[in-house]
Design a protein around this ligand. Structure first.
Ligand SMILES: [Zn+2]
Ligand SMILES: [Zn+2]
Length: 383
């Protein structure tokens, strides 16, 4: 029994035997709503301050507002929210970012950093990093709430409203802290109504890329050019690596120029970090526009741009010896000498992965992951 199932059983028992009572306001999570947003909406629905509600129901030790609960998703909070609002456990779990495990990333790291999940920089009750974005038009809907997808670094536009996402209050530049605001659509620092601010139109190429990403994340597999990714997290690993080489590293500037076609159009980045998750919304938007170009006719356009920029195998593998399979195979096949042959350990790691997520898989599935080579035959026949 998982910790979440255990907590769920405890909560349901407590309600059955009258030790706990369901809330008078029982709102179920909205589509793609964040756990923190759901909690804040419930508190507002009962005219309670979020801090008071958290302390009254879970006690001070759970620290609902002083850490990133969308990231940590404490089982007693998720199960409690499900029981108190009469929501199926699965729907409650679907408000956590960890629910993306297996689709966005292979393994979600609840206690630490996970690829693509933007940090909030939580210290005490304050947030110091703009890891939560918003779309003003989405917040204008009759029920305002914050979406999980707004915590993802590849998420830079709202496909529903065709505008860009904002990661700060446009009036005072503070990161969003809805748990400190009287209403979740107000800036906690200067009280600007975030529903009324202007967001520029989304560039078409970026909106198309984002729509594809949202679709891949939903269905769990992806395609790019003629490549099919049986698991979407393999695709997202590739995209993250393409993004990475476009904004950090010695040849990244030349690569940006060759991908965008001219010096004038190539954005400059002053990032001192190597992680796309800590870039500002503006920088990520520029970066993902480049990524959209680099992925066109995959891998033809990327390979041509990389060659023009002198981005050869030695550069591509320089600061990161272990590259995602899909990226390494392109680099080895087109940007270096000889063909890509994965090391036996890599093939074995891929095989172990497949055994875990798809028991009884065929040899072809292993080949799809790592390419065709002798090691596939050897490793597949090992027991
Ligand atoms: Zn929107
Ligand atoms: Zn503000």
């Amino acid at each position: 029994m998982s910790p979440l199932d255990r907590a769920d059983a405890e909560w349901r028992r407590a309600i059955e035997n009258g030790r706990r009572r369901r809330w008078p306001y029982r709102s179920r999570p909205r589509s793609d709503e964040l756990l923190s947003s759901w909690f804040l909406r419930c508190a507002a629905g009962m005219w309670l301050k979020p801090f008071a509600l958290g302390n009254a129901v879970w006690g001070r030790s759970l620290q609902i507002l002083t850490r990133d609960i969308d990231n940590f998703a404490p089982p007693s909070l998720v199960a409690g929210m499900a029981a108190l609002t009469d929501t199926p456990l699965e729907a409650a779990w679907g408000t956590s970012l960890a629910e993306f495990e297996g689709r966005l990333v292979e393994r979600y790291t609840m206690a630490g950093r996970t690829n693509w999940i933007m940090p909030l920089g939580v210290r005490h009750r304050r947030r110091h990093q703009p890891g939560l974005q918003f779309c003003p038009a989405c917040l204008q809907e009759p029920i305002s709430y914050y979406r999980r997808i707004w915590r993802l670094a590849w998420s830079t536009v709202c496909c529903r409203h065709g505008c860009i996402l904002l990661d700060r209050c446009p009036s005072c530049a503070a990161p969003l802290e809805p748990h400190r605001a009287p209403h979740l659509w107000l800036c906690a620092t200067c009280r600007t109504d975030l529903r009324t601010v202007d967001a520029a139109a989304a560039p078409p190429g970026l909106a198309a890329l984002q729509a594809r990403h949202e679709e891949f994340l939903r269905r769990g597999w992806a395609e790019l050019g003629r490549v099919t990714f049986p698991y979407s997290h393999l695709y997202f690993e590739l995209v993250r690596q393409v993004a990475r080489v476009l904004f950090s590293g010695a040849r990244s500037e030349r690569l940006r120029i060759s991908v965008s076609g001219s010096v004038a159009q190539a954005p400059g980045f002053l990032a001192v970090c190597h992680d796309v998750e800590t870039l500002s919304a503006d920088d990520r938007r520029r970066l993902m526009s480049l990524v959209a170009l680099a992925l066109q006719d995959w891998p033809t356009r990327f390979v041509a741009a990389a060659r023009e920029a002198g981005f050869w195998r030695s550069w591509a593998t320089r600061d990161r010896p272990r590259l995602p399979f899909a990226f390494a195979s392109i680099v080895d096949e087109h940007l270096g000498a000889g063909f890509y042959t994965p090391a036996r350990e890599e093939v074995r790691a891929a095989e172990m992965y497949l055994r875990r997520v798809r028991p009884g898989h065929g040899r072809q599935e292993l080949r799809n992951l790592v390419g065709d080579c002798q090691a596939v035959w050897d490793v597949f026949n090992e027991d």
